[in-house]
Design a binder for this molecule. Structure first.
Ligand code: LLP
Length: 403
């Protein structure tokens, strides 16, 4: 870690290829009893090198924007590897998806279905569609922002409207209804919500087939938990058994959209301590990374372990904070951490998912670098942003136009 920080600088995200391979293979093996494909959720970590690594393992992708489609194609995936979810796809994005011939568009509303139908017909195409169902199941995730399958959320089509929408879909010339989809939330460590959701999908499958659809895909989304602290990660072997038993006898391919499970524990954020001070009786450790590099602690009060790369002799209860001009810019509050001095290197753990991808340029801070480790080698997979990169699309003089 020292060698990487010294040659690349800090802050820097460091990812382990080995860990990504292991997680992918373990989940894939857990589902071996049933026809399935893992469609890695690009939003968790969309670095091109990581997408390319996952492609080499046989993964497909779950995307939620035209930008993610662009990345997917750049990383060598083809449309047949891609499912496209998202509550607000624009017509531009729907067009890009049809042109790329994606495997499934996960449609999230009646209006989106009609928009896609007319768009597909205009292109003389039929859009392969799964209806994203809001199964209205209760999920217990660490933060309300990561629950998506409860009644009244913006995601998907409410459960009681799906059968009717399926009847509409089979009549539309531009639509080929071939799947049902759900995504109930993130960091879920229990099977019950999946069980309840799959039951609901199966009853809707029967209704859709009665209406004339041939449902070939059941996409049950992502959400499998990893451990950030002392909590147990989800038992994927048991998860595989539960899902396989529910799908036995069903002529469908299971799709899963794991993000965090694949990359969450494969990354650390390396940051250097800049200063120490005391304020109001509190010890404060100021690092060169901030909420602009890793938003999760501030945004979700998420826990990330913090370790000194070179172990310190003693510990201290401190606030570990970043340099950004916000009181919410912290990684840990009142936590026992290594008693480190300026110059020490800290590793913020389990930051492979929803770390770099949620970074911003607030305070005109360049986004950090990303590095991939494989065996004894490491390589930069994202260069540290430069000031010029940040202002590239701005104009000192407005590009005036007459209204
Ligand atoms: N599929 C869909 C449609 C999703 O919206 C998501 C995540 C996933 C799959 C992957 O979920 P995962 O397996 O990674 O749990 N920024 C938050 C997490 C937001 C998740 C959004 N959707 C965080 O940092 O915890």
């Amino acid at each position: 870690m020292d060698a990487i920080a010294s040659s690349i600088g800090t802050p820097v995200y460091v990812y382990s290829s080995q860990s990504i391979r292991e997680q992918y293979r373990r989940l894939d093996a857990a589902l071996a009893r049933i026809p399935h494909r893992l469609h890695y959720s690009v939003k968790a970590n969309s670095n091109l090198a990581i997408l390319s690594l996952l492609r080499s393992l046989g993964a497909g992708l779950d995307i939620v924007s035209g930008g993610e489609l662009y990345r997917a194609l750049r990383a060598g995936f083809s449309g047949a590897d891609i499912v496209f979810s998202g509550v607000g796809k624009t017509t531009t994005e729907l067009g890009e998806a049809l042109d790329a011939r994606v495997l499934l568009v996960n449609v999230e509303s009646e209006q989106e279905l009609y928009a896609l139908d007319s768009f597909a017909r205009a292109k003389g195409a039929r859009a392969p569609v799964a209806i994203r169902v809001n199964p209205e199941v209760t999920v217990d995730t660490p933060h309300p922002y990561t629950r998506t399958g409860e009644r009244g959320t913006k995601f998907g089509v409410p459960y009681d409207q799906v059968a009717e929408l399926a009847r509409v879909a089979v009549e539309l010339e531009g639509i080929d209804l071939i799947g049902l989809d759900m995504h109930i939330g993130s960091q879920i460590d229990k099977f019950d919500p999946y069980r309840a959701g799959v039951e609901r999908l199966l009853s809707l499958k029967a209704a859709a087939e009665e209406a004339g659809a041939v449902v070939r895909y059941l996409d049950i989304g992502g959400g499998l938990a990893v451990s950030y602290d002392a909590e147990h990660p989800v038992d994927v072997e048991e998860f595989g058994r539960v899902i396989a038993s529910m799908l036995s006898g069903q002529d469908v391919t299971l799709l899963l959209e794991p993000g965090r499970y694949i990359v969450g524990n494969a990354g650390v954020l390396l940051t250097r301590v800049l200063y120490r001070k005391r304020s109001g009786g509190k010890e404060i450790i100021v690092t060169d990374a901030g909420m602009t590099d890793l938003l999760r602690p501030s945004h979700y009060q998420a826990f990330h372990g913090i370790e000194a790369v070179v172990p310190a002799d003693s510990s201290v209860v401190a606030n570990v904070v970043g340099p950004v001009c916000e009181s919410g810019d912290f990684f840990a509050l009142d936590r026992e951490v290594a008693d480190v001095q300026p110059g020490a290197l800290l590793a913020i753990r389990s930051t492979g998912a929803y770390g770099y991808v949620m970074a911003s340029n607030y305070n005109t801070r360049p986004k950090p670098s990303e590095v991939l480790v494989d065996g004894s080698r490491f390589g930069t997979v994202t260069e540290r942003e430069r000031y010029e990169d940040i202002v590239r699309s701005e104009h000192v003089t407005p590009q005036w136009r007459e209204v």
